[in-house]
Structure formats: C-alpha cells, structure tokens
Write a protein that binds this ligand. Structure first.
Ligand code: GTP
Ligand code: K
Ligand code: MG
Length: 368
C-alpha cells in the first residue's frame, strides 16, 4: 500500500468515528498515525521526497521572499508580472505557469523576491500535478499570498489551507505554547497553566503512546490548545508562515459584495487586471513581512533615509547590522549610537553589538 492510500484509509476511519469520551483515545491514535505518515511525504526516509530538493530550483535573492499559491487561473501571474516587471505568461487557460518564475521588487527600500508558482488543485499535497513541488517552495517563503478568485474565496481557501497544512505549513499561526519533555520513568504527567477546553488527557496519552513515549512531562500554556497543536510540537517540522488572502478579480463584483469580503480576516481584495487596491495589498504585505529598516548616520552628518539597511526580525542586532554592510566593520567596531524606538532615551543610546534594533532606528557606528 502506498503512503497516500494509508493516509486515505485513516482519514476514512476518522470520518466514520464519532467523537465522544469513549472514542477519544482511538481518535488520538489515528491522528498521530496520520501525522507520522504525512511526515514521510514531507521528508521521506530515503530523501528525494518533500524536503529541500523537491521544489523547483530557484536562486534566492533579496531579504525576504513572497510565494504565490492558488488554484489555476486566479490571476497569480498577472499580479506577479505587474508587481515586478518580470514577464510571467498569463492566459485564460488553466496551468499556464508550469514552473517557478522569480521576480524582484523593492518596497520601502527592501529588495523582495516574488515567486510566481504553478496553480495547484485539491490533492496537491498527496502528489497531484506539480502540487508537492509548489508546496515545497511555499514552505521556504517568508510570506505566502494565497491568491483566490473573489467569486468563490472561502471554499477554495479551506481547500488550499488544508493542502498546505498536510505539508507541515501553518498559516498565520504561532508555534503552540506546549512543551514535552521525555523522562526515564513515572508515566505521563500533564500540567496546564490555562484551562484545557479542546484537548483531553486521554487523547494526549494515546498520541504519546503512538510516539512510544510512555514517560513524559507535558506542559500546556496555550488556551484552546488542540491535539493537532500537540502533534505539531511532537513532529517539530512545522513551519509557521504569515499569509495574506488575496481576493482577486474584484472588477467582476458589485460594491455591496465587496463590503462583505472585507470581513474575511487577513484578506485584501484587489484587481490585478485593473490594478485596484494594490496599495493596500503592499501595505499589508509590508506589515506581515515584519522587516526592520535601519538608517545609517555618518558621524556629524544627517541620517541617510534613502537607502535603509533592511534586516529580518529576530536577526536584527547591531552585529547583524554590521554583517549586512561589510564583514570588516565588526573588526573595527568600538560602539554605536542608536536613536529611535529601541533606544532608551530620545537623545539616543550608546550600545554594543548585542543591542536589538527596531524598525526605522538610526545608527552611527564608532570605530576603534
Ligand atoms: N476580470 C479579471 N480577470 C483577471 C484578473 N487578473 C487576472 N485575470 C485573468 O485571469 C486569467 C488567468 O490569469 P493568470 O494570471 O494566467 O492566472 P494564474 O493564476 O497565473 O494561472 P495559472 O498559471 O494557470 O495557474 C487571465 O485571462 C487574466 O487576464 C482580474 O483582476 N480581473
Ligand atoms: K492561467
Ligand atoms: Mg500563472
């Protein structure tokens, strides 16, 4: 039996099993089995499957990358061509785009890589079409645009989210606040700092036994944690990627219909053909990318606001800043003066290499 068939069998059994106290343990086992099978699809033991290497080979450039995922003919290539000036064939027939087409754009001084991807369909994660390759690329992006046809956004969004989830991608989510520590003995101990509303001790034990962990300390700090969150922590290969739901082709609907669409969280309605509401899309993109611009101020001069050094959140210390300019700077570094959000005082703060910078800070480096 292939992995895909085994997955299907378990999904069928889960669909047949009603959730109640008596079936919780069994359902927990099934969910854990499913996660383990999916792991093989994401990164098969022999390699060559879903991990690095299966995606399309694209040279990565820029400080961050944005991947376009969607059903065929929703307008991904039209949007990407106009944003970047790089031609990616757009046409009215499905599967016009057959490989990753990279382009670049500069926004707020940051060079971004935009990856136009082939359309995917339901079943993509299990090997339909080029779906697995597409999703493997999406896994490596800093932001995903889920491009949707405005005429049927919600159903398509549910399908696409499910496809990406099956590949270990979590959209607009934080890693679960759950820890699991293996022990030598003592069985399973569960502690929680929040009420457990969606997860149950029986389920947790069932999952742990599937993972052959009969002795473990589990600590749950996340309100509304689910068994899926728990499995995510055990699997450990999940990626947490921000996403924007781009509702394209608003030129085809009425203003009243448009008002309703604004209620979908994380969504931005646009028309890539008529170039409507692209400004809002780019503003939301910028927020989601969560980048840090740092302006350089040469000693005794005004800061240079025209070309910021752009860093990624979590890698934006003064040391990261120096490395982004030139490796040699570190050797001569004495200290730095910083103005802006990260500085303690409005008149600026003298800092060392480990100081964490904030967006739009100004920095002046002093050399030895
Ligand atoms: N009305 C309308 N049509 C659009 C819009 N954007 C794209 N289209 C049309 O939709 C069709 C598909 O556009 P593409 O850009 O090729 O779509 P795609 O998502 O890249 O398609 P695949 O590569 O096949 O997956 C083309 O005929 C476009 O002209 C839009 O904003 N409004
Ligand atoms: K198309
Ligand atoms: Mg295309």
């Amino acid at each position: 039996m292939t992995t895909a068939q085994k997955i299907k069998d378990i999904e069928d059994e889960m669909a047949k099993t009603q959730k109640n106290k008596a079936t919780e343990y069994h359902l927990g086992q099934l969910k854990a089995k499913l996660a383990k099978l999916r792991r093989d699809l994401i990164a098969p033991p022999g390699g060559g499957g879903g991990g690095p290497g299966i995606g399309f080979d694209v040279a990565r450039t820029g400080i961050a990358s944005v991947g376009f995922v969607g059903f065929p003919s929703v307008g991904k290539s039209t949007l990407m061509s106009k944003l970047t000036g790089t031609h990616s064939e757009a046409a009215s027939y499905e599967f016009t785009t057959l490989t990753t087409v990279p382009g670049t754009m500069t926004y707020n001084g940051a060079r971004l890589q935009i990856l136009d991807l082939p359309g995917i369909i339901e079943g993509a994660k299990d090997g339909k079409g080029r779906g697995r390759q597409v999703i493997a690329v999406a896994r490596t992006c800093n932001l995903i645009f889920i491009v949707l046809d405005v005429l049927k956004p919600l159903n398509d969004l549910a399908i696409l989210t499910n496809e990406l989830e099956g590949f270990g991608i979590r959209l607009n989510k934080k890693p679960p606040a759950i820890t699991v520590r293996k022990k030598e003995s003592g069985g399973v101990a569960i502690t929680n700092t929040v009420p457990l509303t969606k997860i149950d001790a029986q389920e947790i034990k069932a999952v742990l036994s599937e993972y052959r962990m009969s002795n473990a300390a589990v600590a749950i700090h996340q309100p509304d944690a689910t068994i899926e969150d728990f499995i995510d922590v055990l699997e450990g290969n999940r990626v947490y990627v921000p996403a924007i739901f781009v509702l394209n082709k608003i030129d085809a609907i009425s203003i009243e219909e448009l008002d309703l669409l604004y209620k979908i969280p994380n969504s931005v309605p646009i028309s890539s053909k008529l170039w409507l509401n692209i400004d809002e899309l780019l503003e939301v993109m910028w927020k989601k990318l969560n980048l840090v611009r740092v302006y350089t101020k040469p000693r005794g001069q005004q800061p240079d606001y025209s070309s910021p050094v752009v860093l990624r959140r979590g890698r934006c210390t003064v040391e990261d800043f120096c490395n982004a300019i030139h490796k040699e700077i570190l050797k001569q570094f004495r200290n730095a003066m910083v103005w802006g959000t990260s500085a303690k005082h409005s008149r600026g703060q003298k800092v060392g290499l480990d100081h964490v910078l904030e967006d739009e800070d100004i920095i002046c480096i002093f050399k030895k």
